[in-house]
Ligand binder design. Structure first.
Ligand SMILES: [Zn+2]
Length: 163
């Protein structure tokens, strides 16, 4: 297959010429779906909430796993986006254990906002002084999230692909 051959050559040249593809060999690792059992229900719910808003999502490239290293302060989870790896959400096991259901959903939906919807943080607040978005940089109180869940989810899915 001539086309495939020339494509491989191009990758080799780029890889040898710089760090465009990182330290690897320049091959596309492809999509990887590896969501730990504890988080599967949240990812499925994230998809169904998107579909319910007419914004269907099929998440095929995502890693969600427990991890303890690299967190600061009271961070519960984080999304890592590197061009040569699948989007990865790391969840701090020690804090996950002590979190309630609302906090867990809010945390994973926020990180999926980064890792899947490609959304940035949004520090804005509404007229009542409440965060306007689930992409607010700090955790929203569980009561506020529960009372405004539909509004937050509507907003969340309405602005994807910010980066
Ligand atoms: Zn964030």
């Amino acid at each position: 297959m001539p086309q495939r051959h020339s494509s491989s050559l191009l990758l080799l040249v780029l890889s040898a010429g710089g760090t465009l593809f990182g330290a690897g060999c320049g091959q596309d690792p492809g999509a990887r779906y590896a969501v730990a059992p504890e988080f599967e229900a949240y990812v499925a719910r994230f998809e169904s909430e998107a579909a319910a808003r007419g914004e269907p999502l099929a998440i095929t490239d995502l890693v969600v796993a427990f991890s303890e290293s690299g967190f600061s302060g009271s961070e519960l989870a984080e999304c890592e986006l590197n061009s040569d790896e699948s989007p990865t959400i790391r969840v701090r096991a020690s804090l996950w254990e002590g979190s309630n259901e609302t906090q867990r959903e809010q945390t994973l939906f926020h990180e999926l906002g980064h890792c899947v919807l490609r959304r940035d943080h949004d520090p804005s607040k509404d007229d009542d002084g409440l965060p306007s978005s689930l992409m607010y940089p700090l955790r929203i109180s569980s009561v506020v999230y529960e009372q405004n869940r539909d509004v937050y989810l509507d907003e969340l899915y309405s602005r994807r692909g910010e980066f």
